[in-house]
Design a protein around this ligand. Structure first.
Ligand code: NDP
Length: 496
């Protein structure tokens, strides 16, 4: 390995780490504003070399003909190595996106377990024999696409990178991973760990750079046969446009503005816990954050009072200090953007019920911190209610009856997730079916399992990641007909 020190991070092409001092970018700690290290910038030439390497590797009989249980063994060893080095992964994420230590560590372990899950899927998912309409055997077999581009965001890079790389490898592809320029280091460590665990070189290349140059070069490369993307809706739309021209499939996990709903018969304490976690964990930088809270009018004042009390009591602090519940936002420009949304909410008549400002503590002045914020008094059409803020900002709105609730909750361009709190199981079922979201939580929020498919309706995305069938996202099906009878043609031999 070349030139990898505490101050620099090299990208991975063809199993070799590459650092070009002439072209780098800074990784910045959002809790302190200090530069963590310099990271190699992948140009279009690096991307081309990475794709060429991936193409060679995916066509190499050593990988193409590797039996599924052997491939699973490599994924399992990656999972073990990630578990053993979970603290290292967690520290990199904490220094780059500012999430608190406990969350970073939980995400590092979750990423490892994703590799374990897809190792199991790899050796158990099979081809299918389908019902035939004659004397032949008909089957569906599954083939990898070849070279897959995986593009990931900065909010939960460890879990999202595992969520793409593990099933794509299990499916038999080679992967080019482009992490966000905000959080490049976990992806680089993942490649190193994977090679040490026996993954043949070229099957995972990591190109660190920005979206505009590195990301575009990757999506446009003619040998990239599939793109799996998580990030903003605008970026997803532009990637889908390129993919449409190239006629390659895309999987898009995009933004959200998830409605979180409390009915008057709910267990109010449990509901408020769920709402607080659902929006403020990770400082609200989560695609499934429950950022629009609808409370039934009869309990509105009580619920909002409890919520405001809880929001004000949350501890904003340095991510490595025990007891900190919210770290900084992932970057300074992003914090400014969140702040602008709060100003717009004020201009549109919103009342700031909690937070709404940078914390005053001296120890936090150098970082991109923002207080947990609750805004009332806005209509469902207000900017802060309709647009994804991706920060610790919750808008609360009252509703009358179930019809009013469903009309308001579905009045959104997004459709990623929703949450319902009620003691009435029939209502829970009715509302869950009526909500236009890819995920519904009932009397819980943000509980996630790798075994359950994940993805959005409407502008929140296309395709479903996770679940055993997450492997199929990275495969194309092939129908195979195999005659059991010399004369078994559809024309019944009339043309013979
Ligand atoms: P982006 O969509 O800008 O970035 C996501 C990834 O795409 C990053 O790796 C980025 O690279 C890359 N990228 C950016 N532009 C292109 C392009 N033209 N071609 C190829 N790749 C590209 O999201 P942000 O990180 O800036 O976050 C903005 C918004 O995205 C958030 O406010 C939120 O709405 C949403 N988001 C959704 C997430 C989810 O889980 N669904 C997660 C994170 C964000 P780089 O960062 O290096 O520029």
């Amino acid at each position: 390995m070349q030139d990898q020190s505490d101050q620099t991070r090299a990208l991975w092409v063809d199993g070799v780490s590459v650092f070009t001092p002439a072209r780098t970018f800074d990784s910045v700690n959002p809790a302190t504003g200090e530069v963590n290290w310099q990271v190699a910038f992948a140009t279009a030439e690096h991307v081309a070399a990475a794709v060429a390497s991936a193409k060679r590797a995916v066509n190499d009989p050593a990988w193409r003909k590797m039996l599924p249980h052997v491939r699973a063994g490599i994924l399992m060893r990656i999972a073990d190595a990630m578990t053993a080095r979970a603290d290292e992964f967690a520290r990199l994420q904490m220094l780059e996106n500012g999430k608190v230590w406990s969350e970073c560590r939980a995400q590092a372990l979750s990423a490892a377990s994703t590799f374990r899950f897809y190792a199991s899927a790899c050796e158990t998912l099979g081809s299918e024999v389908t019902p035939s309409r004659g004397n032949y055997l008909s089957m569906t077999a599954y083939e990898p696409y070849g070279v897959v581009a995986a593009i990931t965001p900065w909010n939960s890079p460890l879990t999202m990178e595992a969520q793409k790389v593990a099933p794509a490898l299990a499916a038999g592809n080679a992967v080019i991973l482009k992490p966000s320029e905000v959080t490049p280091s976990g992806a680089l460590l993942l490649a190193q760990v994977a090679f040490e665990a026996g993954l043949p070189k070229g099957l995972l290349n990591v190109v660190t750079g920005d979206g505009r140059e590195t990301g575009t070069a990757l999506v446009e490369h003619p040998d990239v046969r599939m793109v799996s993307f998580t990030g903003g809706t605008a970026t997803g739309r532009s990637i889908a446009g390129i993919a449409a021209q190239r006629l390659i499939p895309v999987a898009l996990e995009l933004g959200g503005k998830s409605p979180h709903i409390i009915f008057e018969d709910a267990n109010i304490d449990a509901a408020i816990n769920g709402v607080v976690d659902g929006i403020f964990e990770g400082s609200g930088q989560s695609c499934v954050a429950g950022s629009r809270l609808f409370v039934q009018r009869s309990i509105y004042d009580k619920a909002v009072g409890l919520l405001v009390e809880r929001a004000r009591a949350l501890r904003v602090g340095l991510p490595d200090v025990a007891g900190s519940q919210l770290g900084p936002l992932a970057g300074f420009a992003h914090r400014d953007r969140v702040e602008r949304f709060v100003s717009i909410a004020r201009e549109e008549g919103g009342q700031i019920l909690a937070g709404g400002r940078r914390p005053p503590e001296a120890a936090l002045q150098a970082g991109a911190f923002f207080e947990p914020t609750v805004i009332g008094g806005l209509s469902n059409s207000a900017t802060a209610v309709q647009q994804e803020i991706f920060g610790p900002v919750l808008c609360v709105l009252p509703f009358g009856d179930e019809d009013d609730l469903i009309a308001q909750a579905n009045d959104s361009a997004f459709g990623l997730a929703s949450g319902i709190w009620t003691a009435n199981y029939q209502r829970a079922w009715r509302v869950a079916r009526a909500l236009e979201t890819g995920l519904v939580w009932i009397n819980t929020y943000k509980q996630l399992s790798i075994a359950t498919p994940f993805g959005g309706f409407k502008d929140s995305g296309i395709g479903r990641e996770k679940g055993v069938n997450g492997v199929r996202l990275y495969q194309q099906s092939k129908g195979i007909y195999w005659s059991m009878d010399e004369k078994n043609f559809p024309s019944d031999g009339a043309l013979a």
